[in-house]
Design a protein around this ligand. Structure first.
Ligand code: DLL
Length: 435
């Protein structure tokens, strides 16, 4: 019989027991950080808090927040809570500006991280009979190593293709009969397109995909599901909290269960820092309660999100987070209007366009310009000029209805927007160059 890596004693634990477990682990973690991380101890002292003040999760709000600025200031070793001799690995962010974030792991940290990824794979149906193709980047990025370790724990045959080399990806997929694909949603869309072009869809045995590391809409999910003939699931995580597997979707495909035995989630008002009740939208904050080498207390992710503890039909009791609805820092303000790239993606896909688009914002004569390049399908490309112009007009109108401002839409040739093998570059904001 197929073996699963389901941990029902933890994943379906009654909510009061989860909270009791979190309280117990939080108290221990705060002491560990106080004793071993002078940087955070100083922050606690400045706020007048000591470990004695933290008796359970009800006291969490007393602790100071940590931000990316703290990580930069404490770079490289300032937030490490274990000596180098106890650590076995680092991973790092894909960020291109400022100092990179470097996260440290003991062997135990890696073990727990891989557990989280194994749970995520199990939730999309993986067993030891599956063939899991990991097309996330390997190396400093957490995507490849995390899902690779999770797949080993499940006992699946793991194909560590890493990202890129699309022809080789498809060859492995068809020759070895991959059943589960792990990569960014934009790379999944690109692979789907290439598979269609090669005419090898009937040789693909994929049944599910586990796609995350960047924002994607439900419209994009349906597009990928249809093109690849699979179920597409979301997975979330960040380097600062181990990597992928902080939360993952189950068969309901409606929100991601947070691994609450390892992470406590809060939603706060990004302006005031006030903790918001369940169901309200705000910035997601995580406290890692089991990490030894790089434990972050009340880390502000900048991801905007909503939490919900509504019972889930899969039986898991861990709280769910909605798909992040953008980042508090990624939101574009164009001519004074807040614009999220996900809103644009929703409109484009609802209008039957490809998921290949790029948003270009600039400032000319003190006015913001707002252009969206969208690739046409091969079919549309052979349409008459007047038909294409009409489609552009229609897109402008639909975008205006959604966003409240006018964008210039340019339908561009198929394949003219550079494809991404990792996280897609959706926005080019040239205004930043002048600030
Ligand atoms: O992206 C870890 C990861 C790898 C997650 C593979 C899922 C799959 P970072 O490079 O540190 O880590 O980027 C973390 O990416 O704060 C979010 O803004 C964004 N992000 C991650 N997953 C999702 C998702 C990895 N499913 C940052 N939906 C996070 C939307 C996501 N945004």
């Amino acid at each position: 019989m197929a073996k699963k890596y389901y941990q029902p004693e933890i994943e379906t634990m009654p909510v009061d027991q989860i909270k009791a477990l979190q309280s117990e682990r939080l108290v221990k973690q705060v002491k560990h950080v106080w004793d071993n991380v002078p940087y955070y101890r100083k922050k606690m002292e400045e706020k007048g808090v000591t470990p004695d003040d933290i008796k359970g999760i009800e006291d969490l709000h007393k602790l100071p927040f940590l931000t990316k600025d703290d990580l930069r200031e404490a770079y490289p070793y300032g937030l490490m809570a274990k000596p180098v001799k106890d650590c076995v690995r680092i991973q790092s962010t894909s960020g291109t500006t400022g100092k990179r974030v470097v996260a440290f792991y003991t062997q135990h940290d890696i073990d727990l991280w891989e557990d989280c990824c194994a749970r995520a794979l199990t939730a999309v149906g993986a067993t030891d009979e599956d063939v899991v193709q990991v097309s996330y980047g390997y190396g400093l990025f957490t995507g490849g190593p995390g899902l690779n370790g999770g797949s080993h724990k499940v006992g699946s045959l793991t194909i560590p293709t890493s990202s890129g080399n699309t022809d080789r990806q498809i060859q492995f997929m068809t020759d070895l009969g991959s059943t589960i694909l792990c990569c960014t949603p934009s790379y999944a869309a690109y692979l789907a397109e290439s598979i269609e072009e090669k005419g090898v869809k009937d040789q693909i045995k994929l049944k599910a995909g586990i796609f995350g590391a960047e924002a994607w809409t439900d419209e994009m999910r349906h597009d990928i599901e249809e093109k690849l003939g699979i179920k597409a699931y979301d997975i979330y995580g960040l380097t600062e909290c181990s990597g992928p597997g902080v939360s993952f979707e189950c068969e309901e495909q409606a929100g991601m269960h947070i691994n609450e035995d390892h992470f406590i989630a809060e939603i706060i008002n990004p302006e005031t820092g006030e903790v918001l009740p369940e169901g309200e939208k705000g910035e997601l904050v995580f406290t890692s309660i089991t990490k030894e080498a790089f434990p972050l207390l009340r880390y502000r992710t900048k991801d905007l999100c909503i939490l919900s503890r509504k019972p889930c039909s899969c039986g898991r009791t861990h709280i769910k987070m909605r798909k992040p609805m953008g980042r508090s820092d990624d939101m574009l303000i164009i001519r004074g209007v807040n614009v999220f790239p996900s809103q644009i993606e929703t409109v484009l896909l609802n209008e039957g366009m490809t998921p290949n688009y790029q948003i270009i914002v600039d400032r000319v004569n003190n006015t913001d310009t707002f252009d969206i390049n969208v690739e046409m399908s091969q079919e549309m490309f052979s349409d008459s000029v007047s038909k294409i112009t009409a489609k552009e007009k229609q897109l402008v109108a639909s975008l205006k209805a959604m966003l409240g401002i006018q964008a210039k839409v340019h339908l561009v040739e198929p394949k003219s927007i550079t494809r991404s093998e990792g996280k897609a570059v959706r926005v080019i904001d040239k205004r930043k160059l002048y600030d």
